[in-house]
Design a binder for this molecule. Structure first.
Ligand code: UN1
Length: 517
């Protein structure tokens, strides 16, 4: 255990979460283990080894998928409220373990402890939502065009759902998917990020315990570990009807093609290039809070992070100065220490991408307003701590068009009205989140109209990140089109069936067709 791990109670957190020196990804309700190579998890906080996880081999995967398929066949016969009751108990455990899990998320991934707790809170919230949902998996009834016929639709469990999640939300994204998929009657196989393998095992351990107590069939929750090759086992497997994948656009394109080749379903939640439009009617104080949290929170590693600030020329200098000043207050350091706002990037590759983005924006003619740089010295030994930076840039710059997963904010000017700002905001390939800061009703409504923001999320007077679980989460264009979490996102985890019942003694045909024999 490193000094920081000792001081901030990581040892106890690992113990509370049932983690050992070497851990295994498996299926709930079984006692066999994975046999692949050993993955080591190093903390970006201090560079120390936290623990080890055994990767999944092809043979292990075969066992997992057959157990999951078998488990699904029994699980789908449970009533939805019975499944909801299991999710309710799972949620009790999340509430009990919120602190250790939030702490591990913070230490393994590098986000602030506050945000680690916030992430576990998102798990708790989606489970609450799912429990209620277990009594609301509604289909419609419709009037038949034929006399003496009844028509309705119902939703049935889909099968085994494959979940691929990213390092930046190592636990919440799994819960957004599983909580819904479980009440819908599906079995889930999860491939978490190889950068955060221990948080995955911690979650699986919780499911294991609760499922066992409730005699949930084996394989309803499975964890597979390893790199993209392990993900490929699922994406190419027609025993997995739905793949829900969160991560980069590059990854999403590969997954989408593999799944489409076998006509499977995908739910894709990929990169964003999120902007805040700041109009002359904006509240500047709130704009600064929203933009700074959006740009530097989670060290710029949310898919909803604010990447671009599009400011009206009349207030440009005022907003620019206010934001630049606010950056001076940001404290960077150990994310477990609640005095710090910003922790490290996930690893040294991320640091390189961050540096390359800053070089590139200058090369393309941008102007650095807040200097970046990698921090060195005491407390920064992992080499992953960077200074959040701001550059004045043009929307068409190649680097601005690209999502860099780091705290680099591009600020640009617009003149004219809100439609000019919208051209810039929509002028990127991604379409996840967007925001406008204005007290002008006309501007706000135009931003929200069909000609307004083209993103899956469009906010007024709040920033681009920090979506609540109650709404459907996801975006358009290269963000992939999927929707997770709230609203009616549950429907993707089920198969819809239209039923027509004839209760007459005749057989009238639809569309008035006569076919007399
Ligand atoms: C992500 O970055 O993958 O809206 C998810 C937010 C969080 C989830 C982000 N609730 O910022």
């Amino acid at each position: 255990m490193s000094k920081i791990a000792e001081e901030f109670g990581i040892k106890q957190a690992l113990k509370d979460l049932g983690l050992n020196e070497i851990n295994n990804g498996t299926s709930t309700g079984t006692d066999w283990f994975s046999n692949g190579e050993i993955l080591e998890s190093y903390s970006p906080v201090d560079g120390a080894l936290i623990g080890k996880v055994k990767a999944t081999t092809k043979e292990d995967y075969e066992k997992v998928i057959t157990t999951a398929e078998k488990g699904f066949k029994e699980w789908r016969t449970w009533t939805a409220p019975q499944r909801g009751e299991v999710v309710r108990q799972f949620n009790d455990e999340l509430r009990r373990l919120k602190e250790p899990l939030g702490k591990l998320v913070s230490y393994e991934m590098g986000k602030s402890y506050q945000e680690g707790l916030g992430e576990v809170q998102e798990m708790i919230d989606i489970c609450d939502f799912a429990v209620g949902l277990s009594r609301q998996l509604y289909g419609l009834t419709m009037h038949s065009e034929r006399p003496g016929h009844r028509m309705y639709e119902q939703y049935h469990p889909l099968g085994v759902v494959g979940i691929i999640s990213a390092f930046n939300f190592p636990v919440a994204v799994w819960a957004w998917n599983t909580a819904l998929a479980w009440v819908c009657g599906d079995a889930c196989i999860w491939k978490g990020s190889e950068k955060t393998p221990l948080t995955s095992v911690a979650c699986q351990n919780i499911a294991e315990r609760v499922f066992k107590e409730n005699d949930v069939p084996a394989g309803v929750s499975c964890l597979i570990s390893g790199d993209y090759k392990v993900g490929q086992m699922m994406t190419t497997d027609d025993r997995v009807p739905l793949i829900s994948a969160t991560g980069s656009i590059r990854m999403g394109k590969i997954v989408a093609q593999a799944v489409a080749a076998r006509l499977g379903k995908t739910l894709l939640e990929l990169g964003g290039n999120n902007a805040i439009i700041v109009t002359p009617d904006a509240n500047i104080k709130n704009t600064v809070i929203g933009a700074v949290f959006g740009a530097v929170g989670t060290c710029g590693q949310r898919c909803t992070s604010t990447r671009r600030l599009i400011v009206h020329e009349d207030i440009y200098d005022k907003v620019k100065d206010a934001i630049v000043n606010a950056y001076k207050q940001i404290r960077i350091g150990n994310p477990l220490d609640e005095n710090n706002h910003v922790g490290p990037l996930i690893d040294k590759d991320a640091v390189k991408n961050y540096q390359a983005a800053l070089d590139k924006v200058v090369e393309e003619g941008g102007k650095i307003l807040v200097e970046g740089g990698v921090l060195e010295g005491e407390g920064y030994e992992s080499g992953c701590y960077v200074k959040p930076a701001i550059a004045e840039a043009e929307n068409h710059f190649e680097i601005v068009q690209h999502e860099t997963f780091a705290p680099v904010l591009y600020i640009m000017k617009y003149s004219g009205d809100v439609s000019d700002a919208l051209k810039l905001q929509n002028g990127v390939k991604q379409g996840l989140s967007s925001a406008i800061m204005t007290n002008n009703l006309r501007e706000a409504e135009r931003f929200l109209s069909a000609e307004g923001s083209d993103c899956g999320i469009a906010n007024v007077n709040i920033g681009t990140s920090g979506a609540e679980i109650g709404g459907a989460f996801g975006g358009e264009k290269e963000t992939g089109g999927g929707r997770e979490s709230g609203s009616d996102a549950w429907k993707v985890y089920m198969r819809r069936q239209t039923n027509t019942i004839n209760y007459t003694t005749e057989l009238p045909l639809a569309q008035g067709i006569k076919f007399d024999l």
